[in-house]
Design a protein. Structure first.
Length: 285
């Protein structure tokens, strides 16, 4: 399914986690990994010490060579490394596009590291501009297996959430994962200030059931079966709570679903899930 994986690599423990996760997958299913290390050139910084650019190139090559040698030998897989100059998000997405990658894998430090998403971190820029799916890995290396046995898919009936569910079904066929689909009934009264009567509540739950029936039809078209759950509250919080409760080891999100990502900024729900979820997140194009 994912035969060419671009791994953003900077030598950190979390980028190693993304590399381990990807290596496990390629070892089981075949394909290759393209490890990418970007050296950013800041004219103001290097203007005074231009030799620093060359030193960073050499360091990047050393980091990638060591990782390539270690992981190729350990996992018996094909790994290519690329070290080049440029803004990391642009370098990562451009190479993924040029090499027709199926997946970009990235490590992140979690909540602390992702507080900068609104300001435009590497992770958010890659997700917004990626030509393919993006896997965000958030766990330490000793927990990386590349195996997903329990997948959570937030679903709102949009085309983007349907794409995410379809991808989860494809993963389920390959890995034998169980799929749970969650729909979160929004608290409209908090947004527009109306008083919710019992009839309105029933109407909202009826709509939720309709959306879950739609999810079952989508899954059925892929030959997959799903479990469903309906929650009520703030979407981001409820998605995370559900993932924790069901002990899901992956969340699959549609790129633009749940008021997700646009070309300017990552949406609140998508950002919140990536910031606070404890498991890897697959963002589907």
């Amino acid at each position: 399914m994912y035969k060419t994986i671009v791994v953003a690599f900077d030598g950190s423990e979390y980028s190693k986690a993304a590399l381990i996760e990807s290596s496990n997958r390629i070892k089981r299913h075949g394909g290759k990994i393209i490890m990418v290390h970007a050296v950013y050139f800041d004219e103001e910084e290097f203007g005074a010490k231009p030799e620093q650019l060359e030193k960073r190139f050499e360091l990047g090559k050393k980091i990638c060579y060591q990782a390539k040698d270690t992981f190729s030998s350990e996992f018996k897989i094909d790994i290519e490394s690329i070290v080049c100059e440029g803004e990391p998000p642009s370098v990562i997405t451009d190479i993924a596009r040029e090499r027709q990658a199926d997946l970009i894998a990235m490590g992140t430090h979690g909540r602390k590291g992702l507080k900068r998403l609104i300001m435009g971190s590497v992770t958010s820029h890659v997700i917004v501009n990626s030509p393919c799916d993006v896997l965000v890995v958030k766990r330490p290396c000793d927990e990386c297996t590349g195996i997903y046995e329990s997948i959570l898919v937030p679903f709102d009936g949009s085309e983007f959430s349907k794409e995410a569910l379809g991808r989860a079904c494809q993963l389920s066929k390959v890995d034998g994962a169980d799929i749970t689909v969650v729909y979160v009934i929004p608290r409209y009264e908090e947004m527009i200030g109306f008083f919710r009567t019992e009839s309105i509540k029933q109407s909202l739950f009826k709509e939720a059931k309709r959306i879950m029936d739609e999810a079952k039809k989508v899954a059925s078209s892929y030959g997959a079966s799903i479990a469903t759950t309906i929650q009520e509250g703030h979407a981001g919080d409820k998605i995370i709570e559900t993932a924790n409760s069901f002990k899901n080891d992956m969340i699959v999100l549609g790129t633009y679903g749940w008021k997700g990502v646009n070309k300017a900024i990552m949406g609140n729900t998508t950002e919140r899930v990536i910031m606070n979820a404890h498991c890897p997140i697959l963002v589907v194009r």
